[in-house]
Design a protein around this ligand. Structure first.
Ligand code: UT7
Length: 323
């Protein structure tokens, strides 16, 4: 008997305020055409004043619970992947737990920046296959608008706010690649590259800070590392790229998304792309894309999905699952 972590619910939430590329033309030396052609981004959502990461996470969680047809009190673990928690502590996860009225189980945050949701999925999978939890809410939620330097055109046009959530449940499988659920995970980090994407503040520095990025350098690592981790995850699951129905990549840049798909030998028709509407929402981007991909009718039950992400650290990884 093999226990699998199977997706039984998905949902997302995007703040109401939509900012089109053209709005940045008013305050920065930039153009809609530059942003579109260099990143694929056309618009992004920004949280309202006072709206926090746990607010977005709670709304996404409620949508995922409704999709699964379950209530929060039947969930025994809750993980939030975020780099923009409301407070230094407690975790955003405990805030969401309270908002949902979940008084049992345990909740914690995972911080691996844009790879955070992949890390959270790997943690959730480990808890489920080891028998420590049966039903887990895994949420990716961010308010990167709070750490933007609005005078830095090289970063502030790229990021957005949002949240996505999955319900994962322990289900008995046959132990083969035909099982539904998470089939493999693959995680990496290399702190030698911590200076190419970081926030120049934090608790022990006693200021919040702003996101700083050497975009070209991050780009240089991205395609190669993403294709490599996705290939490893597929090998671990015993599958080839021809068997993959959908690639659900971290949505940072359409050129990274298409470059990675090409390296994996997968056509863009099999890639879920949301970067044009969401921008880069860091740890929220993959669950947002999974939720939108399902709502569009792209991802269906039984489909083989590979997800991959890279971000600050550098931290990167991939998860293969059958939806
Ligand atoms: O999610 C975590 C991972 N993050 C990423 O994956 C981001 C990875 N990097 C990227 O997506 C791309 O590197 C960017 C979209 C950030 C930039 O694209 P690029 O093709 O690498 O452009 P670049 O950095 O080489 O910049 C080219 C030029 C520069 O001008 P000069 O030095 O050639 O005169 C920049 O100053 O474009 C300029 N530039 C802009 N121009 C207009 C930078 N930002 C802007 C802007 N509008 N917003």
């Amino acid at each position: 008997m093999t226990i699998r972590a199977v997706v039984t619910g998905v949902g997302h939430y995007l703040p109401d305020r939509v900012v089109e590329n053209a709005e940045f033309e008013k305050t920065l030396e930039t153009t809609d055409d530059w942003i579109r052609s260099r990143s694929g981004i056309e618009r992004r959502h920004f949280a309202a004043e006072g709206q926090t990461t746990s607010d977005l996470a709670t709304r996404a969680a409620r949508a995922a619970l409704a999709d699964a047809g379950i209530t929060a009190d039947s969930v025994d673990a809750l993980i939030v992947a975020t780099s923009t928690a409301d407070l230094t502590f407690p975790s955003a996860a405990t805030m969401v737990q309270a908002e949902l009225g979940m008084t049992t189980g345990f909740a914690f945050d995972v911080q691996a920046v844009c790879a955070g949701f992949i890390y959270a999925l790997a943690n959730a999978n480990a808890l489920i296959v080891s028998g420590q939890a049966k039903r887990i809410l895994v949420i990716g939620a961010e308010t990167f608008s709070r750490i933007m330097d609005w005078t830095d055109r090289g970063t502030c046009v790229l990021f957005g706010d949002g949240a996505g959530a999955l319900v994962l449940e322990a289900v008995e499988g046959a132990g083969t690649k035909a099982d539904r659920g998470i089939l493999s995970t693959d995680l990496h980090s290399d702190g030698r590259f911590r200076d190419i994407l970081y926030v120049d503040g934090g608790v022990s520095k006693q200021n919040t800070g702003f996101l700083r990025m050497q975009g070209k350098e991050v780009f240089r690592h991205a395609v190669e590392k993403l294709a490599s981790t996705a290939t490893t995850a597929m090998e671990k699951a015993g599958i080839t790229s021809e068997e993959i129905d959908w690639v659900v990549p971290h949505q940072a840049n359409i050129r990274i998304i298409s470059g990675t798909a090409k390296k994996l030998g997968l056509p863009m028709e099999r890639v879920v792309v949301t970067v044009q509407d969401h921008g880069n929402t860091s740890a929220a981007s993959i669950p947002l894309a999974l939720s939108v991909g399902k709502a569009r009718g792209q991802i269906k039950s039984g489909d083989l999905v590979v997800t991959e992400a890279i971000g600050g650290g550098l931290a990167w990884g991939s998860v293969v699952l059958r939806w």
